[in-house]
Design a protein around this ligand. Structure first.
Ligand code: TXA
Ligand code: MG
Length: 312
């Protein structure tokens, strides 16, 4: 074990914030998934975070901030509907793509002119961001704390499994238990006249339209690259079959109402769509731990969060 795993006492969060300011990396829980954080103003730290993830350097990373006062440091020319979304859904599982200011360097955006910003709704993440801000930090750049191409971690143990071999002794993993939402934030492009969803999440299309009163734009006309929409991005080792009939020896992830055929290994039987999202990545990880070759996923039907799960 390289990095320190810490319970989230006030002292631990202050130490983690100092560590970030000194160029260290800190993995922390959010309400969606765990992130691996670096000081968003520190080129060296951010570069090392990319190495730890084995992530291509041209993939942009989300900047996490403590409160609305920090938005203007990173973004400009913000539309009225984007401000409405911030007020309605932050802190929360929503990332807004906004026009960047000159404070946002190319190593954050993959040289694109937009920056992704989010205020997470998790006490540990918010306290870490607040301590970091007290030390003069402006934002924490944090992708999901998995190796590139792997499933996002929703527990500290999953972060350890993904990254422990690549972190340094000075880096830290904050253990905040299981993530409440379980799938990544909704990504909304707010740089055009209408909002466009580039990655589905717990903030749904309907919620966005009700909040802003504006119809969502078709993302197919998008010029912005979002790697999360890459199919490969969320893949476990096991081969995933969507909506097929599971054979003996196959894993099965489906709502509780779906029965388990004889010889099939039931990985999860969530009773609601919310529970489905919360346990989905852990169930995929479990398939790999059990060295299953095939997993059948029966995604939930319907709108809202079900769209986000099917998107995975
Ligand atoms: O829920 C989440 O969003 C989690 C937690 C840790 O906040 N983070 C997360 O980060 O999922 P990551 O890097 O694994 O996925 C973020 C996605 C990537 O596909 C990235 O390409 C896209 O957001 N993205 C970030 N900044 C962007 C930008 N400036 N322009 C376009 N896409 C951006
Ligand atoms: Mg990711």
């Amino acid at each position: 074990m390289n990095a320190i795993v810490a319970k989230c006492t006030t002292n631990a969060l202050q130490a983690a914030a100092e560590n970030l300011r000194n160029g260290g990396l800190v993995a922390f829980p959010t309400e969606t998934v765990y992130g691996i954080g670096a000081d968003a103003s520190n080129a060296e730290a951010t570069k090392r975070m990319y190495l730890v993830k084995n992530r291509p350097a041209d993939h942009p990373v989300i900047v996490h901030i403590a409160d609305l006062n920090d938005v203007d440091y990173w973004a400009q020319d913000i539309s009225d509907y984007a401000i409405t979304l911030m007020r309605d859904f932050w802190p929360g599982p929503m990332t807004l793509l906004l026009q960047r200011t000159s404070n946002v360097k190319d190593f954050i955006t993959g040289s694109q002119d937009v920056v992704g910003i989010r205020i997470p709704a998790n006490t540990i993440a918010l306290n870490l961001l607040t301590e970091f801000r007290k030390l003069g930090g402006r934002g924490i750049a944090a992708p999901s704390a998995n190796r590139y191409g792997a499933v996002s971690p929703t527990t500290a143990n999953a972060v350890i499994a993904e990254l422990q071999d690549y972190l340094e002794p000075r880096d830290q993993i904050l253990d905040g238990g299981s993530c409440a939402v379980g799938i990544e934030s909704t990504i909304i492009d707010c740089t055009k006249s209408n909002p466009a969803i580039l990655r589905h999440g717990a903030i749904t299309a309907e919620m966005i339209e009700v909040s802003t009163g504006i119809v969502i734009a078709d993302p197919s006309s998008e010029a912005i690259r979002v790697s999360g929409s890459d199919k490969k991005h969320y893949a476990p080792n096991a081969k995933v079959h969507i909506n097929t009939v599971p054979q003996p020896g196959h894993g099965l992830i489906a709502l509780a109402e779906v029965e388990t055929p004889t010889g099939v290994i039931r990985l999860a039987a969530p009773k609601s769509i919310e529970e489905y999202a919360r346990i989905f990545y852990a169930a995929l990880r479990d398939a790999d731990l059990q060295s299953l070759k095939n997993v059948v996923v029966v995604p939930p039907a319907g709108d809202g969060l079900a769209v986000a799960i099917r998107d995975r």
